[in-house]
Ligand binder design. Structure first.
Ligand code: DHB
Ligand code: MG
Length: 639
């Protein structure tokens, strides 16, 4: 399996792009011609540079506005092609991408298009080169792969084949099923791109909003499956035009790119295995040439809740964090055997405050101040979870172990915090029993009835939003809800939830479109991928709130207008409404159940805040409808 990527997909100079692509383990690139036009060297030098990095130049693109032209223009286009063939030969690129004509001068005559492409292929063949024809979704007369294939078939030249691009097919909601009937050796190249479902002009959509497979909403797996069933055995390439990727540091983009391909391959591999094993086995599936070359990471782990949340602190800030936790009803349950770390417990929740000098936590503290630096996720398959993450290009993390301490497989999540995979078989206390010496406080505050972590919300920069989408989906195997845009008084916040099937692990990804929202400021202080707020579940939110208020916890004040509005939206018992109004509790309802929740005020210097939630019946959301109430209250609480 050769993996490739178009140079247009990354930021940087051409040299930097190639270096990033090579470092991420790609075999080749599609050279986007404008990258070459501004390259300070000749084609031969570029070819040598790529070769020195261990990369091939698999394709030269795009050659535009060629087929179905009136004769005068056609002759000129052939001359233009010869100049490009010169370059391709000098740089060692064997294949030219010719995209379907968008010129108003082109004519709707497939026979003419075929004839002219035949002539182009003949010129290419004389030099040992090949041409691939790709239907652009906005091509003047050829927009669908079926039309492009019809022209390629009519042209009938061995040096002319089809180029497929998932974006063009899926954006037009065209059915990829007929791809499987195209002879695999006539498909010369495959470009994969995903995209969010948007209703907009297809050219704008294609040039600005493509994302890597697994980051969008298209059925890219179904598309790739059809291409493999056709018998295609060429490179699997990414071609992503995306405004954000043009500015994101290219090393990060290249890792996301590789992760997306490996994830795509693993999903297709499973589909093909299912077809081959079906009651009436699919002979073509069994014959797919590349199936053994498709990536096969260990299966995504199951989760069984959040085992712990770890704060980074130092000697000066650890006591303050401890006080805050006590106020929230946690008791100090132990001190670490070998590190300057304390354990706080309430219900099933465990919070570690780590002030160990010269540790990973301290390095995060130095960057971001007191903040969450690691999450422990409980799973029956901790080693497989880590192995999958590493197979999908996450970094393994090893912490120094003291005597008798339990080794917990860990990885670095995007943005640099840690994720530990804690063996479920250790039980709720097992990990802590080994690592922490029991040490109950004397001055413990009363338990506030917080039972478990309901969800953890992360603050992300916009450029990390797609990275986290792919990370949660591919590495953690979570499923994602739709993105929503929430109104902070100082700008919009894009938000989507990721959760496991059992709903034992819920992460909320928040990215601000503005630089002035609370989310944006959290990212500035806490770093990209930092924890923005933590929601704890209570079985009786009113009781928990009363206890917390008695401990001096301050909650966000909610406008009386909110409570006047609620009964116009929902049929709520007056007694419940009165209780909510009095307690400052917010309300949401879906077809599955109700949701009661409340937010603490952000500690003045921290940014981080807490939420208490109560899910009734099978409510599965996060009260997004109340986020505007929350953000307005936060803005007002700060003035
Ligand atoms: O947007 C374009 O022009 C363009 C060019 C080449 C491609 O392969 C493609 O999918 C789009
Ligand atoms: Mg394309």
């Amino acid at each position: 399996m050769r993996r490739s990527i178009a140079t247009v997909s990354l930021s940087g100079t051409l040299r930097q792009k190639l270096e990033a692509v090579a470092a991420a383990g790609f075999d080749g690139v599609e050279l986007f011609e404008p990258d070459f036009t501004h390259f300070p060297g000749m084609a031969g030098a570029l070819g040598r540079m790529a070769a020195d990095l261990g990369l091939t130049i698999d394709l030269f693109q795009p050659f535009r506005d060629f087929e179905a032209m009136p004769p005068g223009l056609f002759a000129r286009s052939l001359d233009r092609a010869e100049r490009k063939f010169d370059l391709m030969q000098a740089m060692g690129a064997p294949l030219m991408l010719c995209c379907s004509n968008t010129s108003p001068l082109s004519v709707d005559e497939p026979e003419l298009a075929a004839e002219q492409l035949h002539a182009l292929a003949e010129r290419a063949a004389r030099r040992g080169l090949r041409v691939g024809f790709e239907a652009l979704a906005w091509g003047r007369h050829t927009a669908r792969y079926g039309q492009a294939w019809d022209i390629v078939r009519r042209a009938d030249h061995p040096a002319l084949g089809l180029i497929l691009d998932s974006f063009h097919t899926l954006s037009l909601r065209d059915d990829p099923a007929a791809i499987a009937d195209i002879p695999g050796d006539k498909i010369f190249f495959l470009q994969m791109a995903d995209a969010p479902l948007l209703s907009m002009d297809v050219l704008q959509w294609a040039r600005h909003h493509r994302v890597f497979p697994g980051q969008g909403d298209f059925d890219v797996v179904g598309f790739y499956e059809q291409v493999l069933l056709a018998g295609y055995s060429g490179p699997l390439s990414l071609e992503i035009f995306n405004d954000m990727f043009r500015e994101t540091p290219n090393r990060r983009t290249a890792v996301d790119a590789m992760r997306s391909l490996l994830y795509l391959e693993s999903q297709v591999r499973q589909r093909l295995a299912t077809r081959a094993a079906a009651a009436r086995p699919d002979a073509r599936a069994a014959d797919v040439l590349q199936v053994r070359e498709l990536a096969e990471p260990p299966a995504a782990p199951e989760f069984a809740g959040v085992a712990f949340i770890e704060f980074a602190a130092d000697e000066a800030t650890a006591p303050g964090l401890g006080m805050q936790l006590r106020q929230l009803g946690f008791r100090r349950a132990g001190r670490h055997r070998s590190k300057a770390a304390s354990l706080y417990r309430q219900g099933d929740i465990a919070v570690i405050v780590n002030a160990e000098p010269a540790s990973f936590a301290r390095s995060r503290f130095e960057l971001h101040g007191p903040s969450v630096c690691a999450l422990g996720l409980r799973t029956p398959q901790p080693q497989a979870a880590q192995d999958r993450a590493v197979a999908l290009r996450s970094q393994r993390h090893r912490s120094p172990l003291g005597p008798g301490e339990v080794e917990v497989p860990a990885i670095v999540s995007p943005g640099g915090n840690l994720m530990h995979f804690v063996d479920e078989r250790l039980g709720p206390d097992g990990l802590f029993a080994a690592d922490f010496v029991p040490d109950e406080d004397d001055d413990t505050a009363p338990d506030a009835g917080l039972r478990r972590v309901d969800h953890i919300a992360l603050g992300l920069s916009l450029e990390q939003y797609d990275t986290w989408t792919l990370f949660t989906r591919a590495v953690l195997g979570l499923s994602l809800a739709e993105s929503q845009e929430l109104a902070d008084p100082f700008g919009l916040v894009r938000s989507r939830a990721a959760a496991d099937v059992a709903r034992s692990l819920r992460l909320v990804l928040n990215a601000s479109l503005s630089s002035r929202t609370l989310t944006a400021r959290t990212v500035g202080r806490r770093g990209d991928g930092g924890v923005h707020h933590i929601a704890f579940a209570s079985d009786d939110i009113f009781d928990s709130v009363a206890r917390l208020r008695a401990q001096g916890v301050a909650f966000l004040p909610i406008s009386p207008n909110y409570y006047d509005d609620l009964p116009t939206r929902f049929d709520i018992e007056p007694a419940l409404l009165a209780r909510m109004r009095e307690a400052g509790v917010l309300f949401d309802r879906s077809a599955d159940g109700d949701f009661l929740h409340i937010y603490t005020r952000a500690a003045a210097d921290e940014g981080l805040f807490y939420e208490v939630v109560q899910r009734i019946d099978f409510y599965d959301g996060y009260g997004a409808a109340n986020s505007a109430a929350r953000m307005a209250a936060q803005a007002q609480a700060q003035t």
